[in-house]
Unconditional design. Sequence first.
Length: 302
Amino acid sequence: MRDKSSLELFDRSSVRYDASGLVPVVAQDAWSGRVLMLAWANAEAVERTLATGEAHFWSRSRQTLWRKGETSGNVLRVLGVERDCDGDSLLLRVQPAGPACHTGATSCFDDTAGCGGGLDLGALERIVRERAQSDPETSYTARLLHEGIERMAQKVGEEATEVVIAAMSAAAATAAALAATAAVVDRKEEKLGKGKAEMDRRPSDASAAGVVLPASPAPSAQARQRLVEEASDLLFHLTVLLSASGVTTCDLAAELSARHQRRTQGTGDGSTPLLEAGASVPTAGAERSEPGMSAQLEREEP
């Protein structure tokens, strides 16, 4: 497997263990960037991690080797291993099968729900680089790269349009639901015999009259999922295009950081600012051309 072979390239001799023969290991979600847990490993645990592709640690309390998830099933699939500048601590980039903390929380460092840091495009970038070495006949990513910049740019344009369509469809569904909500309120007020003047003063008067106003509806689950899928397609194809163009996510991070500093320090130089929330987008119409990013990546697994 590609993941295991990449782990085998890790330089074991570069790890510096402490006087007890241990090294601290931080496990980080490869996709969200969220720090999940801190544990300790001895040389055997490191060796088992690299050999199996699943996180192994050393229990200082029980004085024994243990595989994360061996009882709970919440294993940590290791996608990459890095050491710090001194070699005396390790970072595991992992794909968790479930909550990392024994309390049931996603992360040992807080108990909030959700994915924490959001998406780390660096994980997707690393997968794209690995897929670039695959056979174009069996790998969609390799085939895109083989077809050239023009084809990749075309796909980015197509997927961007699909995102716009999905977002506007979700907004239209929400607007329709709001209209239906208003109609329900109108009918309830009419039944209560309220005059036109009182009807024009809702929602406060309607609430005071005992009319329960439905909450503003969110986009339907189907519309929201469609937007998630289309946005994933766009990020995937954009990452492929950037990779082929020699642009890395580190380049993007540096540019966005520089823009943020210019904005917050009042030293703007006229370059394009960070996008503000609430910007309007046009509508368009087209059919989906590719499956979601997750489906694409899963399809390429050997």
